[in-house]
Design a protein around this ligand. Structure first.
Ligand code: SF4
Ligand code: SF4
Length: 314
């Protein structure tokens, strides 16, 4: 007898669809400060080069983002309620304040700036407001954010460095119990500069930098198992076609096309053009020849030849 499928919950499905439609997601213009201490140089490079498909919007994940945003607002409200002066948006733009380092390629957005923190009322602080799962929250309370969530600590350091502010208030809430925890951090310019220098090096690599793990099946290679670039990194998938995977593009502010001698907008980079030729290291084959002037011939693992640009040249 054939299996009876599980009943479909149309209401929940429609809610998830509606949430997924609101997803902002997609590619980042630069390297997000939230990803700045990703241990894999190559993963940062792939994301910066828009090499892998963007994550598919997903209802529950969008719901979690929305919950995080609602908590950010509440935590800033808390600060105002105790008499702090909270600046939530950049008065010059009316939008969330941006933090930019590494020639514009390392980017983030601040939750706000605050004055009047009871422990140091006169000092200006960057605010980082977070809602955390109970276990994470307890870890931060016990060990401090630097030790327990180093990526949040790095983000705070980069915000301080970008804005020239030397203190940060890390305010977090336990999502299960609503308990708050606040930690004041001091700027560590050497730490921030080291991250910035690493990102400059990675974004200026003409080819994918070394892998964190050459064998994704190794016991220690758990990051590869969770990595969205695994297919192009280890499984011989092709990268996406856009200007950032094209050998004619130059990392510049803004990006430059050396073939057409154009400065490129975000939209034109996303679209690419018929002259696109993969950066050879992004093709899962060995480059063996150039024909018709600018078509690149690759020998693939199965022995077949694949010609990048053949369709245009034909
Ligand atoms: S699959 Fe592993 S080595 Fe490749 S980019 Fe991801 S983390 Fe780095
Ligand atoms: S040749 Fe086309 S795809 Fe390549 S960088 Fe220039 S505009 Fe982009």
């Amino acid at each position: 007898m054939s299996e009876i499928p599980d009943p479909v919950n149309h209401t929940v499905d429609r809610i998830y669809d509606a949430l997924a439609q609101r997803a902002k997601g997609g590619d980042s213009a630069g390297v997000p400060m939230s990803d700045a201490i990703n241990p894999c140089d190559r993963a940062i490079w792939y994301a910066f080069r828009w090499a892998s498909p963007p994550e598919t919007p997903n209802g529950p994940r969008e719901s979690r983002f929305a919950t995080g945003e609602a908590w950010e607002t509440r935590l800033l409200d808390d600060l105002q309620a105790i008499g702090c002066d909270v600046e939530r948006v950049d008065p010059a733009t009316g939008k969330q304040r941006s933090a930019v380092l590494a020639d514009g390629y390392l980017r983030g957005k601040l939750d706000g700036l605050v004055r009047g923190v009871p422990e140091a009322p006169a000092a200006l602080h960057v605010v980082e407001a977070r809602s955390l799962k109970a276990e994470k929250w307890r870890g931060v309370v016990k060990h401090g954010v630097q030790k327990h969530i180093p990526e949040h600590f790095a983000q705070c350091q980069l915000y301080m460095s970008a804005l020239g502010v030397d203190r940060c208030l890390y305010l977090c809430v336990n999502k299960d119990t609503d308990e708050r925890h606040a930690e004041r951090l001091y700027a560590d310019p050497a730490f921030a500069s080291a991250i910035e220098a690493r990102i400059v090096r990675i974004v200026n690599c003409a080819e994918p930098p070394s892998r964190l793990h050459d064998d994704p099946a190794a016991k220690a290679a758990w990051q590869c198992g969770l990595c969205r670039h695994r297919a192009i990194c280890h499984e011989k998938a092709f990268a996406r076609v856009n200007c950032r995977t094209c050998l004619h593009s130059t990392v510049w502010t803004p990006w430059k096309c050396d073939k057409l001698n154009l400065l490129m907008t975000w939209d034109s980079q996303q679209a690419g053009c018929e002259h696109h030729r993969y950066i050879p290291a992004l093709v899962p084959g060995e480059q063996i020849d150039v024909i018709y002037g600018d078509c690149i011939v690759y020998q693939m693992e199965d022995g077949d030849h694949w010609i990048d640009g053949e369709r245009q040249a034909a």
